[in-house]
Design a protein around this ligand. Sequence first.
Ligand SMILES: Cc1cc2nc3c(=O)[nH]c(=O)nc-3n(C[C@H](O)[C@H](O)[C@H](O)COP(=O)(O)OP(=O)(O)OC[C@H]3O[C@@H](n4cnc5c(N)ncnc54)[C@H](O)[C@@H]3O)c2cc1C
Length: 862
Amino acid sequence: MPTVVDVFLDRPAILTAFAALGVSLTANWGAGTAALFDVLSGRAPVRGKLPFDLPRSMDAVKASRPDVPFDTADPLFRFGHGLERIRCDGTGRSCPCGGAVAFAGSHGGTRSHKTWVWVSHRGGCRGGAPLCGQRASVLRAAVRAPTVEHEFSCPLSKGTPMTDAAVRPKKPATNTRTPAGGAPTAAHTAAEAHEPRIHVDTVTDLLLGTWAQTRREAREMIKDPALWKIEGLTVADHRERVFGQLQILVDNNGSRRAFPKKYGGLEDNGANLAGFMELVLADPSLQIKSGVQWGLFGSAIYQLGTEKHHEAWLRDVIELTLPGAFAMTEIGHGSDVAAIGTTATYDPETEEFVINTPFRGAWKDYLGNAAVHGRAATVFAQLITGGVNYGVHCFFVPIRDDEGNMLPGVQSEDDGVKGGLNGIDNGRLAFDHVRVPRFNLLNRYGDVAADGTYSSDIPSPGRRFFTMLGALVQGRVSLDGAATTATALALHIAITYAGQRRQFDSGSGSDEVVLLDYGKHQRRLLPRLAQVYAQFFANDELLRTFDGVFSGRTDTPDERENLETLAAALKPLSTWNALDTIQECREACGGSGFMADNRLVGLHHDLDVYVTFEGDNNVLLQLVGKRLLNDFAKQFKGADAAKLASFAAKQTAGKVFHGAGLRQLGQAVTDFGSTARSVELGLRAEQQHELLAERVRQMIEDIAGRLRLASKASPAEAAAIFNANQAELIEAARAHGELLQWEAFSDGIAGISDPGTAQVLGWLRDLFGLHLIEKHLAWYLINGRLSAQRAASVSKYIDRLLLRLRPHAQDLVDAFAFEPEHVRAPIASGVEQERQREARAYYADLAASGKAPVSEKSLKKK
Ligand SMILES: Cc1cc2nc3c(=O)[nH]c(=O)nc-3n(C[C@H](O)[C@H](O)[C@H](O)COP(=O)(O)OP(=O)(O)OC[C@H]3O[C@@H](n4cnc5c(N)ncnc54)[C@H](O)[C@@H]3O)c2cc1C
């Protein structure tokens, strides 16, 4: 019985031993068993040429010069080796390829007939049919599939014609309609590929993370159509709809999780944010409006106030009988909150604060709930008592009566139509000497006695200010998660569609190509899929850090600082990525992507402002950069040479996600010479980590070196020096965030026991890491961290990973576990698959009827 050994040749392997056995050798690049059988039986064409030499021995490899192509002596098979197309005549036995060519080894031929086949999935019977009508034993090396005996029927002799053979021209297409020159179709599912595959439910559990149960409950709740966004509503209707939806959240305990049990809360901080993030699937306006009510307005009362304030207002906040605005930003000052103009001047005579907006630029602006629904606001203002400005503090200020009329001295303007999130009534507020009782100062971090004396447990004004702002960090944590969930939804839609939609034939006369089989489509979507996986893992780390601090379990100044730095590093990356990915998904779906029904344009509009609010992304990254610089300085402060040496020795590549501080790695990058060996040895997980971490370290070190001059300069000169380095500092902070995501991804998959899941997610993590390195390739080259040769291997390795991951793409988006009520995009509902099936059935029937028109070209040839 002929024996076929099929080798997964992801690199030049030494196959000399197999060749000596006289078996038939085929090679593939990630083809599934079904696809291989298609080729062996002649159902699909035999194609492909060996893209490199296969060396004869390891000694030959060692003797070769790494920088010289085709330098291994006497290779077993030469570059370009491959089986020519041979027609199957349909009789089975007389297939010219049936033994004479393809199976020379087992049929007494010569070595030169060994076959290199790039197996393509599906296709008409156009090429060689090596095993037509034969029974053979097939061993798939390195694919962990058992050896099988298989009877290869000849598709032409046994005959049901493939649909495609009936509807496509008999002659292979010449490719003129296929701009990419045809796309070899790959296995479309992991099942087809017979490869290790992920266990989808296991991956869902990993992605849903620590608060999976809460997320599932939230997803159950938002299956209710009453919570869904309706595209095209008027602004007024959308606002009222979303306000009504908040009450549904209240009825489902969605407003309680963050607050103390005493006031009707559930005291579960992590769960609160995890559940809240899921609302983005229903309507981002609902997510943000509920964030304003409970995450900002309610949180300011809870986090910045004390028990008397909780007693007075928290129940009504939770129940939504007291809707409120969070009034921090002013027209003139958004990122620089410390410089706001609103004042709160204490009047000891009446024991009141006088809230005042002194000029137009001090109007509060962009505030959710301010234009229509808010009854009160937590107003940030400069606290002045006894003629001294004690800096920004927060005050509870009623703004409307129960009928919705503005209270005396309070003015409001409507922000009107926005670029997205139009279910929220954003607006402006101004105060003309509005008096509130002393009680209304939210006094957890600073208080004023009846006589006007100011007191605080935090003597440093700067630290006090940042402590207050830090108490409101949850907004950033939740935006990071919500942006991640929305991005995952966009990828679910685009990848599902790309796996069903066909466009252009493959150039070999076979079926039209599924979009996701195009190399460019894989390049566009799969690295972004890897990115969002990293974000899920990083957000869960962030959530756990947040929960630890806010539950009090790990509430130390260091942990708070870590939490703030983590949030400031991750929120910018995920919100920027949301815009980038949603837009790419939109384009990847062509015209359908632009239809509001398919949700991508709406998501893009709504998530646009996530990069600005809760801290503008560039400003946040600057904070991270400063923290990195501080860490850097601290590590070397007063250190002598011995200390420095021991410091360097302590830096290890194995440290993962150990807080937010600066990573240090001293190891130099070694170049491994040849591309293949670079890929194998130089770009594995440890090297990815090393390259990413080294980039952060070197950037910070370089900036710190340049800023050293500032310590001896005048304030103006120092500011100029800092400014000259600002862009690079922000870039270093971004690199730090990327490193954190990579580490979180690696941590997340470290404990996976299912081998298939571990392998596929390992590839996905590698794709994430290499994609980052490719993105920053210029930096690595300029800084001598990668040789040109090794840099070139990065993109090649990415291409290999894309091919490996392609069959798993649907599994990987299925693992997001979005149900139809969450997706609600017709193009991802299976409707495209059905359309394709219908079209094929139509052409098949037409061909069978014998009434199909012949092509004009075929007439000319007669
Ligand atoms: C829809 C919406 C809802 C909002 N909801 C609320 C709310 O409910 N409550 C609330 O208080 N606020 C809210 N905001 C305000 C939001 O938080 C601010 O817009 C944000 O903080 C940015 O402030 P800004 O608009 O003044 O921009 P600016 O701070 O003026 O920034 C403008 C640009 O300058 C850049 N920049 C600023 N400073 C620096 C620097 N030092 N170095 C380099 N670049 C710099 C920024 O990166 C940004 O690109 C909302 C805003 C929007 C749009």
